[in-house]
Write a new protein. Structure first.
Length: 332
């Protein structure tokens, strides 16, 4: 889910589009997005455990967030010492708050989305892996080293892969107890709030368009070439889990592309990976699909310093003969 927005320095990807709120700097937009999302996921967890019907124990979010805080502080201390800089948790109150919010979000996301029965350590493990991935798996994006794996999703995928008895929290938990019209109002509130967040602050609407269009396309293809019922393939789009995944998981500003076309392709890629996983009967396809696409993007970014000069040489070699060929009428 939403974690960090990298600083805007020059080069591996085009600059992000201009903000819809011209009075806000990129740092201010990042801060507002982090704080709004942290508040939203905190309220959702409180209301979910107290009333909506979340299946996890009440202590689960406290354990996950506590582990996320501890790992973040420990790794930041080690990283700052290794690079000779001041740890980011020693700044002003606002800076410290914005530094700790990604860990807060990762911990709550892991505790809300994973279900390990009465065991707490698998959820704590997921939170630790998610935070650790920020410091271990990095690439240069627009001239600056940053993490490229979605922390919450990475922790969840690691727990699902290593502990087969751990699963995803049942989607019905978001609307299990609310009566009547509230079962429709709650998803609508989540949808509107998430869409406004992405449209005004994270600027990830092209990514969401690509994901939704790709999801519909993969459903159509699967229904055409397999025995999957089209309505059944599209049914996940009607659930709260899909809305949360769309507006709050895949749109993480720190681990997704900036340019609109690349955002759209990123969303299409997630949908394509999901469709392939469904054909292969792989469970929890949402999380594995996002993990696969983030990993492929990391490979592409890491290999970019090697592949870009080779591509430039090929372009130069193909362009040189054309440049030497005289246009009609120029020979004389």
């Amino acid at each position: 889910m939403t974690t960090t927005v990298p600083a805007s320095t020059a080069a591996a990807e085009p600059a992000p589009p201009a903000t819809a709120e011209p009075g806000l700097s990129p740092a201010q937009r990042r801060s507002k997005a982090l704080r709004r999302f942290a508040l939203s996921i905190t309220v959702l967890n409180i209301v979910g455990l107290a009333w909506l019907g979340f299946e996890q124990a009440f202590i689960t979010p406290f354990v996950a967030v506590g582990v996320a805080y501890a790992v973040e502080l420990a790794l930041e201390t080690a990283d700052a010492a290794a690079h000779g800089r001041r740890p980011r948790y020693l700044g002003s109150f606002g800076e410290v708050l914005d530094f700790m919010l990604p860990a807060h979000i990762t911990g709550l996301a892991c505790s809300m989305l994973l279900y390990a029965n009465d065991r707490l350590w698998p959820v704590a493990f997921a939170a630790a892996v998610g935070i650790g991935s920020k410091y271990v798996v990095r690439a240069r994006v627009r001239g600056k080293s940053q993490h490229v794996l979605n922390p919450s999703n990475t922790g969840i995928v690691a727990a699902l892969l290593l502990f087969p008895w751990v699963g995803i929290a049942p989607p019905y938990q978001f609307t299990e107890y609310p009566p009547g019209a509230l079962r429709w109002i709650i998803p609508l509130i989540v949808l509107v709030a998430g869409t406004m967040l992405n449209a005004k602050l994270t600027k990830k609407m092209p990514l969401l368009y690509g994901w939704i269009a790709g999801f519909v396309l993969q459903a159509l293809i699967r229904s055409a070439v397999t025995d999957v019922w089209l309505v059944g393939a599209l049914l996940p789009m009607t659930g709260v889990a899909f809305i949360l995944y769309t507006n709050y998981m895949i749109s993480d500003p720190g681990t997704t592309p900036f340019a609109p076309r690349r955002q759209f392709a990123f969303g299409l890629g997630i949908a394509a990976a999901y469709g392939v996983l469904m054909v292969m009967h792989v469970s929890f396809g949402f999380f594995f699909a996002l993990g696969i696409v983030c990993l492929l993007r990391w490979v592409a970014l890491v290999s970019l310093p090697v592949t870009r000069p080779l591509l430039d040489r090929v372009r130069n070699r193909t362009a040189a003969p054309a440049a030497r060929t005289a246009a009609p009428g120029e020979a004389s």
